[in-house]
Write a protein that binds this ligand. Structure first.
Ligand code: SAM
Length: 244
């Protein structure tokens, strides 16, 4: 007999066997990148039914849980404690607990902690169920509205802050497929001037995706730098797509 959870309009949706919530397991849950309404039904179900939530930052996830009226046991597991806490997670799975992992926003493991936790659990408990509860990511959100024809692309995450940055920028300018980057508000102008300096002609910037001031800008690095400056729009979160 499978488990069921309620679907829209009172219908029931069967969950697959690995979704037996009474067994010990680890669920890697994607969370919104801004708009709290983007939490999937399955993600909500897992957050509600799990034994414990390990979070990159418990304060960030608390806001999401409060929004959905959930009160759960929270533990911190960030980049600095990932391996140490992974041991604890294994012990919980062994004891039959359902452990959820969430990063601050989007998909764990995508420029966020999560991968080392999963690798540790796989290595130490090969029989453990590790389940993906997919959700939003700034990477896919940006590509979905950029209008960039990208059957293949490179995702480079954040550019190195110091060492190797110049080489990194020069290399991405030579790419013959689009390159997707994440950038912080503190360094967006620096990145744009560096892209201009190596001759990049066309980029798209996804800013504040899924939020009130979401925008997708297309132009040369210089044009977009001026646009952000003029509109005082350098705050927020950015995905930059560099076209070949
Ligand atoms: N795990 C996340 C994901 O799946 O997208 C990424 C986490 S990474 C630490 C944070 C970076 O993602 C931000 O600095 C920004 O570059 C990008 N990002 C996150 N949310 C965003 C949003 N709403 N709009 C644009 N970029 C965003």
């Amino acid at each position: 007999m499978g488990l069921y959870y309620p679907g829209e309009g009172g219908s029931v949706i069967p969950m697959n066997e690995s979704s037996d919530l009474s067994a010990g397991k680890l669920s890697i849950v994607g969370t919104p990148i801004g708009n709290l309404g983007d939490l999937s039904f399955r993600a909500l179900w897992n957050l509600k039914e799990c034994t414990v939530i390990y979070a990159e930052d418990t304060r960030v996830i608390s806001k999401l849980l409060t929004h959905y009226g959930l009160h759960k046991s929270l533990q911190r597991l960030d980049a600095a404690t990932e391996v140490k806490k992974a041991k604890e997670v294994c012990e919980r799975i062994e004891a039959g607990e359902h452990v959820v992992y969430v990063s601050d926003a989007g998909t764990p493991g995508i420029s966020d902690p999560g991968a080392r936790l999963v690798a540790y659990v796989r290595a130490h408990m090969p029989e453990a169920i590790i389940e993906a509860i997919p959700g939003p990511s700034a990477l896919t959100a940006a590509l979905s509205i950029a209008g960039v024809d990208a059957p293949t692309f490179t995702f480079s995450g954040f550019a190195p802050h110091k060492k190797g940055r110049q080489t990194f920028i020069k290399e991405l300018a030579k790419s013959d497929i689009p390159v997707v980057l994440y950038e912080s508000p503190h360094r967006i102008q620096k990145l744009l001037s560096e892209l201009d300096a190596v001759g990049v002609k066309k980029i798209s910037i996804g800013r504040e995706l899924t939020k009130l001031h979401e925008e997708m800008l297309v132009g040369t690095p210089k044009e977009l730098s001026e646009s952000l400056k003029k509109r005082k729009a350098e705050r927020g979160e950015f995905v930059v797509i560099v076209e070949p």
